[in-house]
Design a protein around this ligand. Structure first.
Ligand code: HMG
Ligand code: MG
Length: 305
């Protein structure tokens, strides 16, 4: 299979990247991050999460983030909405795309959203119905597609079952999350092959975390299979509050560098993205986990100084 010519990158740093931070991050920093990502050429930015502030305090300012955005034409600013309550609040803030998030692991589903997989699908059905009425798109996530912190191995057939249910329910795209980053390339390929028997490849996205340094290798493997939507997080920020030890998402800068080398267009300006990664990690006092980001930012400051 030839590589796709173009990739749609979804930067999830403002949500997945920041949801796990121990220190409070002010809303203005989040808004500036979102705007810098847009300026770097990201066309799809996951901006907020309308979840319970008791469960995820870092996302408590979801209304302020969603209404404070400097909206630019052609850019989708999406938000997580686990239930109708979240969706209604997001709609009041003018959201134009939301996401529901399920899991391929029963144990993780309980820890993350306090219900079984079957119950979660029942909960998502009215969210999809209401979103459809409001004319907005719903993305579906499946977590733990290559392993679970509580159950260990996850069968590809289980991932396919949940992905299919989300797709048939009306999700326009299903993002496959290696939540704890334990996947390796062959495993990623096999999982994707199983899912693609039930959901068309062009309706799937890869959402890989880099805990074991395998995310880029895994992405290369699924690019070969035909994946054309990739979730990533600038500077590799992130982790899931309900997946202990999960390191960040694959860094957006590393993905863009890889895609540039493969001649695949992402529409993203690596220099601007690297400067954004440099800025946000300094602003929140976190290490920059992107090798390509650090190398590019260093080169930029060398040549400008
Ligand atoms: P619950 O306790 O079962 O729900 O939580 P509930 O309906 O009984 O409500 C309990 C309380 O939460 C009530 O408040 C509700 O009003 C409130 P109280 O009466 O106690 O004051 N509540 C809400 N508040 C704000 N917004 C809402 C909302 N819903 C209820 N939407 C619930 C169920 C899903 C709400 C909870 O478990 C939750 O918020 N979980 C969030 C988990 C989360 O955000 N995890 C991280 C994102 S997933 C992820 O990172 C993985 C991903 O990146 C993919 C990958 O990496 O693989 C997507
Ligand atoms: Mg994630």
């Amino acid at each position: 299979m030839a590589f796709p010519k173009q990739i749609r990158l979804v930067d999830v740093a403002p949500r997945d990247g920041l949801q796990n931070e121990p220190e409070a991050i002010d809303t203005d920093t989040k808004l500036e991050l979102i705007d810098r990502l847009a300026d770097a050429g990201l066309r799809h930015i996951e901006a907020a999460s309308f979840v319970s502030p008791k469960w995820v305090p870092q996302m408590a300012d979801h209304r302020e983030v969603m209404t404070g955005l400097k909206r630019r034409p052609g850019i989708t600013y999406s938000a997580l909405t686990p239930n109708l309550k979240g969706l209604e609040a997001a709609l009041e803030c003018g959201v134009e795309e939301v996401a529901v998030f399920g899991a391929a692991s029963e144990a993780f589903s309980h820890k993350n959203i306090n219900c079984s997989i079957a119950e979660s699908l029942e909960r998502f059905a009215p969210v999809l119905e209401r979103a459809q009425q409001a004319g907005i798109r719903v993305r579906g996530y499946v977590s733990c597609v290559l392993g679970c912190p509580y159950e260990g191995e996850i069968a590809p057939a289980k991932v396919a079952e949940v992905a299919k249910a989300l797709f048939e329910m009306g999700c326009f795209e299903v993002s496959l999350g290696d939540t704890i980053g334990t996947g390796t390339p062959l495993k990623a390929k096999r999982m994707l092959e199983a899912v693609a028997r039930d959901v068309p490849m062009d309706k799937l996205a890869a959402h890989f975390h880099d805990t074991y340094g395998q995310a880029l290798a895994n992405l290369y493997a699924v690019l070969e299979e035909g994946i054309a939507v990739i979730d990533s997080s600038v500077a590799g920020l992130g982790g899931c509050p309900y997946a202990k030890g999960a390191a960040g998402n694959v860094a957006s800068e590393d993905v863009v560098y890889l895609l540039n080398g493969l001649g695949i267009d992402s529409g993203v300006d690596l220099d601007k993205l690297a400067a954004t990664g440099d800025w946000i990690t300094q602003a929140i006092g976190r290490p920059n986990r992107s090798k390509a980001g650090v190398a590019t930012a260093t080169k930029l400051s060398d040549t400008s100084g």
